[in-house]
Write a protein that binds this ligand. Structure first.
Ligand code: ATP
Length: 365
């Protein structure tokens, strides 16, 4: 079936695709049961409300039997319900096992009781690794780019433990052996399965030998089980410089939470910007597809946000979570064909609306 899907991507024809869809569903549902094909849809705030429903429309044209469950989270939810991540949303996410999370706004100043819910959602669902690829797309960014950043997702400075006595403020940077080994295992396994050559471990162990040193040592330990992959390491400042000078020189970067967050935004700038930057949070049997961008209040409500980041995040969900690589390729190729044909949203110099872009992707499917 996967070979047929690959053939259909190469233009063998629509009848093949229609039969393939029907057959693949039956196979999937026999394999995993109903829950295999449920998606929890959390649009969130700002442009999340625009790109997410459109991306789901495209996914449903590819997977007509997909069940979707909508759930609330974010700043507007906090103002309406007093919590940014209602229990019902967590329950729906757990039940579905697969989530598309749009974006949430955060107020410029701390508001008592409010924290962006994405970190909590990742932790509650046990999504320990965040995959952030930067790929060359037709007419966007630099040619020849194929970098994958694997970011630890549950600890480091993001544990949110800050203290202040009014004069001195302190933040906890927590690095554990368990989380470091877990994310390293994901990075090396993905690199090996994806036919990649090299994994670069990013750290700052010269300044933080206990925390970053532990992360580096755990990654080195896992690397010994993957002799087919080259391994090197780089201080995070050097990695930023080299990424800015020659991003094509990198293959897979494995980094603790904060460095991975910063480096992946830097890499995204070379791949066409935030409008096309996709990500997937992976855990044990649960995954959250999440465009890298925020709620973009400057363009929210205009219907012009770029849905590519959401579409490519869904393609990652298809490939890595639902194990449907041929469908992932089909969606990726449809996005690429649409861009190559010159249909673009304004952030990429075009004039297409979010909906018009998705219409074109559906036609390309
Ligand atoms: P937030 O506070 O939610 O993080 P932000 O504006 O600070 O919002 P982003 O939402 O990531 O951060 O946006 C940064 C810039 O990139 C903005 O100018 C925004 O319009 C642009 N941008 C982000 N995502 C998209 C998109 N999908 N399509 C078009 N432009 C986008």
């Amino acid at each position: 079936l996967d070979k047929l899907a690959a053939a259909s991507c190469q233009g063998v024809g629509q009848p093949v695709v229609a039969h393939l869809h029907a057959a693949r569903y039956v196979a999937l549902q026999q394999q995993h049961g109903e829950s295999a094909m449920k998606l929890c849809v959390i649009a969130g705030d700002g442009i999340g409300q625009e790109v997410v429903p459109q991306a789901v429309r495209v996914l449903q044209s590819l997977l007509p039997a997909l069940q979707t469950v909508t759930a609330d989270a974010g700043w507007a939810t906090f103002r309406e319900q007093g919590t940014a991540l209602p229990d019902a949303t967590l329950a729906a996410a757990r039940d579905c096992g697969a989530v598309l999370f749009g974006a949430v706004s955060s107020p410029a100043r701390a508001v008592a009781g409010y924290r962006s819910p994405i970190g909590q959602l990742r932790r509650q669902l046990g999504c320990h690794a965040n995959l952030r690829p930067t790929l060359s797309l037709p007419g966007c960014g630099l040619p020849g780019l194929d970098v994958l950043i694997v970011r630890e997702n549950t600890e480091d400075l993001y544990v949110g433990e800050e203290h202040s006595d009014g004069d001195t403020a302190t933040a906890v940077k927590r690095i554990s052996r368990t989380a470091s080994l877990r994310v390293a295992e994901s990075a090396f396994a993905l690199a090996a399965a994806g036919g990649r050559r090299r994994v670069t471990i990013v750290h700052k162990a010269n300044i933080m030998p206990l925390t970053d040193g532990l992360f580096r040592d755990c990654a080195r330990e896992v690397a010994t089980r993957y002799p087919q992959l080259q391994v090197d390491e780089m201080l995070v400042d050097t990695a930023a410089l080299k990424l800015a000078q020659a991003p094509q020189a990198f293959d897979v970067l494995l980094a603790p939470n904060l460095y991975g967050d910063i480096l992946s935004d830097l890499a995204a700038a070379f791949g066409g910007g935030l409008g096309v930057a996709a990500s997937l949070n992976l855990g044990q049997g649960v995954a959250i597809a999440e465009p890298v961008h925020g709620s973009a209040p400057d363009i929210a409500g205009q219907g012009v946000a770029n849905p590519v980041a959401s579409l490519l995040s869904l393609a990652m969900l298809l490939r890595h979570h639902w194990q449907l690589p041929a469908f992932a390729t089909q969606l990726e190729l449809a996005v690429q064909r649409t861009l190559a044909a010159g249909t673009r949203t304004p952030d990429l110099g075009g004039s297409a609306s979010t909906a018009a872009f998705c219409d074109a992707v559906m036609a390309a499917l």
